[in-house]
Design a protein around this ligand. Structure first.
Ligand SMILES: Cc1ncc(COP(=O)(O)O)c(C=O)c1O
Length: 411
């Protein structure tokens, strides 16, 4: 039906969220090779189930009711304090440990999820016509936000030979008087690449020197299993001059539908961010804040268990992937894998995988605006929403591609 009014140019220029398309492909699958195997998305159900159980237990229910009755205005402050203390004691899968970390509760704003944190951060930083640098392949919601706001996305290519790690010197050449921010995601969505502390520090230096913001989205940070923190940016108080850290509770704590995210930045930045948040969604939902604040520390062992389980599952995937399919990078929730069929784009391959073999995965084409032939050979597999057996089953089914598709594999 046509509309009698016009729509925003920004919205019209923005792509439609692509994931539903992958599920449309899957509806055509006729179960000819067994049940549908979904490695497209990212909710690790174990943690989610544990969380549900913990909320159902009488102890936590009592706590909930008590807290809901009080509905104390201090809940947000309490959650910030919990986060702060978790960061201090954490040693594994974690983060900004030690006495030197310089984050206070006044450096944090809680948001209704990390996507909203990104939208609000960008609205605070940039105007229509400004530029923001995104490594490619990008997280499509970041690109969608920029397009919608009339902000130009400046692509910073990442390459398989570099493990999909962006180059600081290449980034330097992309900065103009219109650049407002560089955005990093580590561990990355979609590539899984985890940037080293040195690379992150180099980007931080560059942003600081050039007077632009460095936004680091660390939604998947809890799935790093080394003993070392992912970076040491927070150890100098000067981090507040240019760094903006984003975090999502959706993954680590398995609560995607409850919409809870975090922005860590200078209190001066938060004063302006507060104006934006006040118009978008004044505060994140209270029930999740009330529920999670008192139990945050007790959920940490579960988070660490999940991180270790995902690490093991990534290894199972690596070990069982059939010849011809090669991993370009892997980490956090994702493996970025090159398919073995030259001349066929990633979307075409993913469509046939879903429709004919019942494997749902996402093509590189969903994570970039333009790709050349070699860039369009990559597929994102998520190890987060299926168990170890399904990962083995996906790998076994991939061996049938050649025969089912009738395509020749790369020699
Ligand atoms: C890099 C990245 N940032 C943010 C999000 C969204 O987080 P939230 O569910 O908190 O909005 C996702 C995935 O859903 C993501 O992959």
């Amino acid at each position: 039906m046509s509309l009698a009014f016009k729509l925003s140019r920004g919205v019209l220029n923005t792509i439609t969220p692509p994931i539903p398309l992958a599920y449309t492909w899957a509806t055509k699958y006729r179960l000819s090779h067994g049940p549908l195997l979904d490695m497209s998305q990212y909710i690790h159900l174990d943690t989610w189930r544990e969380y549900q159980v913990s909320l159902r237990s009488p102890r936590y229910r009592k706590l909930w009711l008590w807290r809901l009755r009080r509905l104390a205005a201090s809940v947000t402050a309490r959650l910030k304090e919990s986060l702060f203390s978790v960061r201090q004691w954490q040693t594994r899968c974690a983060l900004y440990t030690g006495d030197t970390i310089a984050i206070n509760a006044s450096d944090m704003s809680l948001t209704s999820g990390c996507n909203l944190a990104f939208v609000a951060t960008i609205m605070t930083l940039a105007d229509a016509g400004d530029e923001v640098i995104l490594p490619v392949p990008w997280y499509f919601n970041h690109h969608m936000t920029l397009t919608m706001l009339g902000i130009t996305t400046v692509p910073l290519k990442t390459r398989p030979e570099d493990g999909f790690i962006p180059s600081v010197s290449e980034c330097q050449t992309l900065i103009t008087s219109k650049t407002r921010a560089i955005v990093l995601i580590t561990p990355n969505n979609p590539t899984g690449a985890t940037y080293s502390p040195e690379v992150i520090a180099d980007f931080s230096r560059l942003a600081h020197e050039r007077g632009i913001a460095l936004i680091v989205d660390e939604t998947y940070r809890d799935f790093i299993t080394t003993e070392l923190p992912p970076h040491s940016l927070f150890s100098k108080p000067s981090w507040r001059e240019h760094l903006i850290h984003l975090f999502s509770f959706s993954k680590a704590y398995g609560v995607p539908g409850h919409r809870l995210g975090l922005v860590v930045a200078s209190p001066t930045f938060h004063t302006s961010l507060g104006k934006v948040l006040d118009t978008l969604q004044i505060c994140p939902p209270r029930p999740i804040q009330l529920a999670i604040a008192p139990i945050l520390a007790s959920l940490r062992p579960g988070v660490i268990q999940t991180a270790l389980a995902l690490e093991a599952r990534r290894e199972i995937f690596r070990a069982h992937l059939p010849p011809g399919w090669s991993i370009g990078s892997i980490g956090g929730y994702f493996a970025f894998v090159r398919h073995p069929f030259p001349g066929h784009g990633s979307a075409e391959v993913c469509q046939r995988l879903a429709e004919e073999l019942g494997i749902v995965v996402l093509p590189a084409a969903f994570f970039a605006a333009e790709l050349d032939e070699s860039e369009d050979r990559w597929i994102r597999f998520s190890v987060a929403n299926c168990d170890d057996d399904r990962v083995r089953a996906v790998c076994a089914r991939l061996t049938k591609c050649e025969a089912v598709f009738g395509w020749e594999k790369e020699a």
